[in-house]
Write a protein that binds this ligand. Structure first.
Ligand SMILES: [Fe+2]
Ligand SMILES: [Fe+2]
Length: 198
């Protein structure tokens, strides 16, 4: 199928727009977290924003790679999230968006790309969907822990790590103040995905 006539070209443009907006929304959350001195949430969302911008770049490059002539403009019609709220609710919205990307939107785009004969594009949609699933799981767990007030507690000993100085301590409940650099617990790394807490 000719790329210019394909649905995949439109889907790449939609995905590009979605990733750019996702990256922007995550930077807004990072700014909000910075204003509230939630250093670890700020850092987490900076990293997520960077990931989304990298996804945008992948889609951008795929359009350029497959187009036969330089692309000037692509018309798209789609809905994008504009929800605004305090940080915890924003995390919920973000986790919902990640979920719909990795369970519905990108698998659908991957299938269409495959059907239209663009195997390389289909693979990228699938790979990005896996990252969005990681994002979803991380944000979902973060939201649940913020809601239940258990962000800094664990039923089994957990390696709490200060992101400022690297001090790590195996405890059920995290230290309130880092015993090494004396930063607050707002500096404790949020990496639930790598070592899930029970
Ligand atoms: Fe993304
Ligand atoms: Fe994501």
């Amino acid at each position: 199928m000719d790329f210019e006539e394909s649905q995949t070209k439109i889907n790449l443009a939609r995905a590009f727009a979605g990733e750019c907006q996702g990256g922007a929304r995550y930077q807004f959350i990072a700014q909000k977290a910075m204003q509230e001195n939630k250093k670890n949430i700020q850092m987490l969302f900076k990293t997520l924003a960077k990931n989304e911008m990298a996804h945008a770049r992948v889609f951008w490059d795929l359009i350029a790679k497959h187009a036969k002539k330089p692309v000037k403009n692509i018309e798209i019609k789609a809905g994008y999230p504009f929800e605004d709220a305090e940080i915890t609710q924003m995390i919920k919205y973000a986790s919902n968006n990640e979920k719909s990307e990795n369970t519905t939107i990108y698998p659908t785009f991957a299938k269409i790309a495959e059907d239209e004969g663009f195997k390389d594009i289909s693979d990228k949609f699938k790979k990005i969907a896996l990252v969005e699933n990681d994002h979803f799981m991380l944000l979902d767990e973060l939201y649940n822990k913020l809601k239940s007030g258990e962000l800094y507690s664990s039923s089994t000993p957990y390696d709490w790590k200060c992101s400022n100085c690297g001090h790590t301590e195996l405890l059920n409940d995290a230290f309130n103040t880092c015993p090494l650099c004396e930063k607050s617990k707002d500096y404790i790394e949020l990496d639930m995905i790598k070592s899930p807490r029970k």
